[in-house]
Design a protein around this ligand. Structure first.
Ligand code: 5GP
Ligand code: MN
Length: 319
């Protein structure tokens, strides 16, 4: 059965998002949630992590259940912006039985998608999952009210960094216009996303940028746990830093290495277009888009840098 029919048929829907939630997943979850409410459906919105402080401005965000223990009975699970069930973290691992017994719809725009579900809506030409939700609501003839429009526009503005990424298309802009016409306040959203920097975040970035390295077309820096403590910053405050590195003129690839408690390193990659970093991330069991991808490694910061810089060098030589 198609996603549309599965959603129309369900009375209770569980909407799930990915670890390290971003504006696209949160905007898409809330946009879909408000639409489901208008269709007279019951729903629950679940995340395996906390909503970052920077996204608490999105209306309805208090509905999101963070790190649920066990999911309640439901007719349908909808996983958003999630290319791999593992990206659902504990929401997936602690509810394997439920994922086996009810239909699962996956709506995603990552080229590296390997989600096996009852129905997968995969559109790697979409700049954001929120864009896909707008299409789906149109297909189901569900009207988009101003609050739903606002949430979905948050998804598009944040995943395109304000319509600046290479995957921003005329379709993205058309959909954004349709949301603005339905009442989404574009400049308010931009202010909430980009003009609300905590000092701790800038001081963390300043720290990391003072230790920037450039070699053979790769620019990179690291965030240690010690730096986070020193700057009184939270892990989510690294969000956006790799995109600053991606603007470096001399580099084709930008990388951020973030030390995670427990002995692993989160690697974020950005490409100016020459190298396909989604391919590299897949080799390391991660994923993403050709110009923005990531993965985790179980090793020290030094080992991660050595391994990844060598792999990026090889990728650039092949490209
Ligand atoms: P970021 O570097 O901002 O965390 O992520 C960039 C892109 O890569 C996002 O679209 C994100 O979903 C994807 N991504 C980052 N880390 C992982 C990972 O560990 N696994 C997968 N499958 N995708 C990832
Ligand atoms: Mn997305």
């Amino acid at each position: 059965m198609e996603a549309k029919q599965l959603i129309l048929k369900a009375r209770h829907v569980t909407v799930a998002g990915h670890i390290s939630p971003d504006g696209d997943v949160i905007g898409s979850m809330l946009g879909l949630g408000f639409a489901l409410a208008s269709m007279g459906k019951e729903y629950v919105l679940v995340l395996p992590d906390n909503v970052p402080a920077s996204l608490k401005f999105v209306p309805g965000v208090e509905q999101i259940v963070e790190k649920p223990k066990k999911l309640a009975a439901t007719d349908l699970i909808v996983a958003l912006d999630t290319s791999d069930p593992k990206r659902l973290g504990s929401v997936y691992h602690d509810n394997l039985d439920l994922f086996q017994s009810v239909p699962v719809v996956n709506i995603d725009h990552h080229i590296t998608n390997n989600f096996v579900a009852t129905s997968v809506i995969l559109d790697s030409s979409a700049a954001a999952t929120a864009e896909q939700i707008v299409d789906l609501l149109h297909e189901m003839s569900v009207p988009i009210d101003p609050t739903t429009a606002l949430c979905l526009l948050v998804g598009i503005v944040s995943d395109t960094q304000c319509f600046r990424t290479a995957n921003t298309t005329s379709r993205t802009l058309e959909i954004a216009v349709s949301l603005i016409e339905r009442g989404a306040p574009l400049s308010w959203i931009v202010d909430c996303l980009y003009k609300a920097l905590p000092v701790s975040k800038l001081s963390l970035w300043g720290n990391a940028l003072s230790d920037i390295r450039l070699s053979g077309g790769i620019v990179w820096t690291c965030i240690t746990q010690e730096a986070l403590h020193r700057c009184n910053a939270s892990g989510e405050e690294t969000e956006g830093l790799v995109d600053v590195l991606a603007g470096v003129k001399e580099a084709e690839v930008a990388a951020l290495f973030k030390e995670v408690p427990g002995g692993s390193v989160k690697v974020s990659l950005r490409s100016s277009g020459k190298a396909d970093v989604a391919r590299l991330a897949s080799d390391f069991k991660g994923g993403g888009h050709p110009r923005a991808a990531g993965f985790s490694l179980e090793c020290s910061l030094d080992e991660a840098q050595e391994l990844v810089i060598r792999s990026v060098n090889r990728l650039l030589a092949e490209s």
